[in-house]
Design a protein around this ligand. Structure first.
Ligand code: F6P
Ligand code: MN
Length: 347
């Protein structure tokens, strides 16, 4: 493959969008260096502060947030941005009226894993500024995920890799640390429609709803159960790493609605975690749902809204959606008396 640079690839996009993505990616290259240096530059540990969700902020969370905010403030095309780390959006001092885009981001997803040296990442979403000529305010951001102009994430792992879509498929770019360039390493990435691998935090099992209980029980039953095949399970506790695994070998990721905190609809945030990931997954032929609804069709109520997330290999996600729709959902105990849900043993 000819490893064209991100700059060359962006030359094929609308120039304002190219400049906006260029600014985000320059910040991500700096964040990559900081993540790699970690304790050497005193960036490990807590910042002794918490965000709007009550989560402890790490020093690297704040470093990454600041890097992105500075780059977006300097970009002529960005009217405002919103981050997991701030209650309210920030309006650009210089471009709040005329900037074409709004940017949302989770500056450092999975940051509880930093000291354990497990992969973390940045997730971002780009929307059109719907009220150009005036500043956007909160309402300008509350657009369904399907309206994203671009979305992507960077995973800071053994390699630093960007997965990016501007609505025409998904491309991967690897950061070349020898010269600081992002180079394309995959194009038109597709997610296999079938899988034998699922990811869920099983410590929450007692809080799951019936469709998810049923789905996981059937996977765990393996070859002797209704799915008639063995499954593998993974849980990294870093969404970017889970989604990246799905982009490389398929799989399904679930952070479903549960009854642990009944007032919250889920664990993950719609606007800067679920929606950009759903956009990328659908662009690669996968599916992304709440269980009953497409994530990209959800109209957000608030900037920091939480949602249930089920995404990955299309056929597996469709099966989970059918379980949510099935009124006889609580039939797991009977299922194991027969070999298969779909094929009667003596038929
Ligand atoms: O940003 C939220 C997040 O850290 C995700 O990256 C990850 O998938 C999830 O939370 C981990 O949740 P838990 O702590 O329940 O394993
Ligand atoms: Mn996150």
């Amino acid at each position: 493959m000819n490893h064209i640079t991100l700059e060359q690839w962006l030359a094929g996009q609308n120039p304002a969008l190219a400049a906006t993505l260029g600014a985000i990616m320059q910040s991500c290259a700096r964040i990559s260096d900081a993540v790699a240096l970690g304790a050497l530059v005193d960036l490990h540990g807590s910042a002794d502060a918490s965000n709007t969700h009550g989560e402890v902020q790490k020093k690297l969370d704040l470093f990454a947030d600041d890097c992105l905010a500075r780059a977006l403030a300097a970009c002529d095309h960005v009217a405002a941005w919103a981050s997991e780390e701030h209650d309210d959006p920030t309006i650009s001092e210089d471009h709040g009226n005329q900037g074409e885009y709004l940017v949302l981001f989770d500056p450092l997803d999975g940051s509880s894993n930093i000291e354990a040296n497990i992969s973390v990442g940045t997730i971002f979403s780009v929307l059109a500024h719907p009220y150009r000529g005036t500043t956007p305010g909160d309402a300008g951001f509350l657009q369904p995920g399907r309206k994203q102009v671009a979305a992507g994430y960077v995973v800071y792992g053994p390699s630093t890799v960007l997965m990016l879509s501007c609505g025409q498929g998904v491309s991967a770019f690897t950061l070349d640390h020898r010269d600081g360039q992002w180079r394309q390493t995959r194009e038109n990435v597709q997610i296999s429609p079938q899988t034998r691998e699922f990811a869920i935090n099983s410590s929450n099992q007692r809080f799951w709803e019936k469709p998810v209980q049923r789905y996981v029980a059937e996977c765990l039953a393996g070859e002797a159960g209704p799915r008639a095949r063995d499954f593998n399970m993974r849980w990294v506790a870093s969404m970017v790493a889970e989604v990246h695994r799905i982009f490389s070998r398929g799989g399904v990721f679930l952070y479903p609605r549960d009854t642990k905190e009944p007032r919250k609809a889920g664990r993950l945030r719609l606007m800067y975690e679920a929606a950009p990931m759903a956009f990328l997954i659908e662009q690669a032929g996968g599916a992304a749902v709440t269980g009953t609804q497409s994530l990209l069709d959800m109209i957000p109520d608030t900037l920091h809204q939480k949602v249930p997330v089920i995404l990955g290999s299309r056929e597996e996600v469709e099966l989970i959606v059918r379980y949510h729709a099935d009124p006889n959902e609580n039939v797991s105990s009977q299922l194991f008396k027969t070999r298969s849900l779909f094929v009667q043993p003596h038929a």
